[in-house]
Design a protein around this ligand. Structure first.
Ligand SMILES: [Zn+2]
Length: 132
């Protein structure tokens, strides 16, 4: 019996929620190949976009991630340059926008992964696909 893939591993490595082995995305998170979400898992053949428009819900996840990230970035800026005042205003603004920009591929990827793995009870892990 092959070892089964843990849910955490599948989430971190952006794997298919059905077999935990196939990649959900083409391309890499940061690279010249722009990442796309596959329609069907190339390993187990399950549809990844289970219904049309399914990934619109990922926008809300992405929005929540953005808010959390902005709070974290703001806190880091606070530690570095002090409270938000007139003379630190642009530092806050630029760093927060740069942070959102840099993190957007990450958010794109993980909002969909969170939606697929955590927020979709209809998508079931199928251990019989999870073998080499
Ligand atoms: Zn799969």
């Amino acid at each position: 019996m092959a070892e089964k893939t843990s849910k955490l591993y599948a989430i971190v490595h952006a794997k298919c929620p059905h077999c935990r082995r196939g990649d959900v995305f083409t391309g890499s998170m940061y690279g010249f190949n722009i990442q796309h979400t596959k329609e069907v898992c190339s390993r187990c053949g399950q549809r990844i976009e289970i219904e049309p428009g399914y990934f619109y819900a990922a926008m809300y996840v992405s929005y929540a991630m953005n808010v959390v990230e902005m709070l974290i970035v703001s806190f880091i800026i606070y530690l570095l340059v002090g409270p938000l005042e007139d003379n630190t205003f642009w530092t806050y603004l630029i760093v927060i926008f740069a942070g959102c920009f840099i993190l957007s591929p990450f958010n794109y990827r993980y909002s969909r992964i969170i939606l697929l793995h955590i927020l979709s009870p209809n998508i079931k892990y199928k251990p019989y696909y999870d073998n080499p």
